[in-house]
Write a protein that binds this ligand. Structure first.
Ligand code: SF4
Ligand code: SF4
Length: 227
């Protein structure tokens, strides 16, 4: 899932200072699960904005909505019609950056502002705690590392073993909170009886599939006959 954190309230308030009718839209998928952009968070942010602008003596109309996903056209169509039919001046999105971009491309002259800071692709470790697991590099190498990703989970993104700062299984960058991923890889390969895999040097990684080569697209031609 994509993990995102709420932006500071005053930052979001500042975005919409100049608008009278504002729609706060949540996303029912990733940001709902990571407790930053679902229905409940929409209600909290919208109420906060109403109270804050009311206290300033400048009450505004703050509307609320939440769609299942802000990154698929069929789900955002009701938002687009609502913005047009209700004369909404600005939108605050509590989706990840994908959803904000997707709506921005379709909102015409209505501005949209992010209510969240999108952070990483992660997994829920325990209630209220998510950790990064994948960096979306586009050329997955974890067949060689026991299914554990050094690109995303090594603080230095080392691909051929630990640095000198790995101690007692902890990462020198933050020993209290970060496990050394190369220790995890070692332990995992040992459990699998595949420690010899560590003797294979990984070739220089092909970063052309990562985020630096322009906007990446995925087309499943066999499903949709898209040229
Ligand atoms: S190697 Fe790349 S695609 Fe595979 S888990 Fe790591 S970041 Fe994600
Ligand atoms: S201690 Fe381990 S996880 Fe931390 S930077 Fe070094 S190799 Fe990477």
């Amino acid at each position: 899932m994509i993990v995102a954190d709420p932006k500071p309230f005053l930052q979001v308030k500042g975005y919409v200072e100049d608008f009278e009718k504002v729609l706060v839209v949540g996303c029912g998928t990733c940001t709902t699960v990571c407790l930053s952009g679902g229905e409940a968070e929409v209600q909290i942010l919208a109420s906060g904005l109403r109270i804050a602008f009311g206290k300033d003596g400048r009450p505004k109309t703050i509307l609320e909505d939440c769609v299942q996903r802000q990154c698929d056209v069929e789900f955002v169509l009701p938002i687009l019609s609502r913005v047009e039919s209700e004369g909404i001046d600005a939108v605050v999105s509590l989706a990840c950056g994908v959803g904000v971009n997707f709506l921005a491309d379709r909102l015409g002259k209505t501005p949209i502002f992010p209510g969240l800071d999108t952070t990483f692709y992660g997994a829920g470790m325990q209630p209220g705690l998510w950790a990064e697991m994948c960096a979306g590099c586009g050329s997955c190498i974890i067949a060689c590392t026991g299914g554990i990703c050094p690109v995303a989970r090594c603080s230095k993104h080392l691909l051929n073993g630990p640095c000198g700062g790995s101690e007692k299984g902890r990462c020198e960058v933050d020993p209290a909170n970060i496990e050394c991923v190369w220790q995890l890889i070692y332990d995992r390969l040992k459990r699998l009886g595949r420690l010899d895999d560590l003797r294979n040097l990984l070739p220089a990684k092909d970063w052309s599939t990562a985020a630096d080569g322009g906007v990446r697209r995925t087309i499943r031609e066999q499903l949709y006959d898209i040229k």
